[in-house]
Each structure stands twice: as C-alpha cells, then as structure tokens.
Write a protein that binds this ligand. Structure first.
Ligand code: ZN
Length: 176
C-alpha cells in the first residue's frame, strides 16, 4: 500500500513535471515568435543605398526612414491588439491557486510588454515628427550627423554614438 502510494505520487509528480515543461516550452515558443516577427520587419528593409556625394537627410533618405518607422509602428500596434485578445481569451478562473498564481504572473508580464510597446510607439511618433520638422538624423546633444548606418540599425536614435556612449557611462556612474 505504501509502495503504491509512492508510485502514484511519483506518477503525479511526473505528470506535473511534464505539464510545466510543456508550458514553458510553449512560452518559449511564443517569445521566439515575437522576436522573429520583429526581426522580419528589419530584414525586409533593404538599407538605403546612398549615391556618392549625396546630401545627408535629403528627401529620399527621409522617406526611407519614415517608411521603416511606420512599418515598425504598425507591427507594434498589431502586437498590442493580439496581446489584448490573448489576455481576454485566457481570462479563465483557475480553481488551483498555483495555476492562478502562474496565470497572474503571465498576465503581469504581458502587461509590462504592452507598456513597453506603447512607449516604443510614442518614441516612433516623436521620431516621425522629427523627420517632418527636418531635425531627424542629427544628434540632439551635439548636433553632428548620426549617420545612415547607425540609423539603419536604430531608426529611433536621437544621439550620435559618442554622446550615447557618454550617456551610458554617466548612467552607470549614477547606478553605482
Ligand atoms: Zn552627439
């Protein structure tokens, strides 16, 4: 009898183990898909091919970066819509407090992601406004050209690489 209970206990433990492994694999899959989606947008854009002696941030270049920013924005908006729908679908009340706790932490994570996505959208809007005001592509701190290469990798960059590096060093000093 004791042995049977032991075996049963193991079987249950095993099943829970399998369950949580499946669940974390699923969460990993979800996260991987998100990363892939973001990278796809980046990859589908051919970097701007500047002609020799071409003027920095001329109308063509401004149009190129505007297109990238708008595509990133619409992708983020779709991501937010999807998250809202997923959360509505998953709003089941679990009887098991453990399930409830993990559901709550999943949702907290989703909400944080959404908050981050909203902030990114705001940043993209501000960047597009800079394009329209003909201020895009110049460092907010020292005024030099940020450069096409850096903007291609980080279309919302507002600082040149030198000012950004200084900024990060300062931040690290404050954090200490
Ligand atoms: Zn600078």
């Amino acid at each position: 009898m004791i042995l049977l209970a032991h075996v049963l206990g193991n079987a249950i433990g095993l099943r829970q183990g399998v369950f949580s492994a499946t669940k974390s694999a699923f969460l990993f899959y979800q996260a991987a898909q998100k990363i892939m989606a973001v990278e796809l947008t980046r990859k589908s854009f051919t970097p701007y091919a500047a002609k020799k002696g071409e003027e920095y941030m001329n109308a063509h270049q401004r149009r190129h970066f505007r297109k990238i920013l708008e595509a990133l924005k619409s992708e983020l908006s779709q991501e937010i819509d999807r998250t809202v729908h997923t959360m509505q679908d998953e709003a089941t009340v679990f009887a098991d407090p453990n399930d409830r706790a993990s559901q709550e932490s999943d949702m907290a994570l989703e909400l944080r992601n959404r908050d981050r996505e909203r902030k990114l959208i705001k940043k993209i809007d501000e960047t597009i406004a800079r394009i329209d005001a003909n201020e895009y592509g110049y460092c907010e701190s020292c005024g030099v050209e940020i450069g096409l290469k850096r903007l291609e990798a980080r279309p919302t960059a507002t600082l040149c690489i030198d000012c950004k590096t200084l900024d990060e060093l300062r931040e690290r000093q404050v954090a200490k």
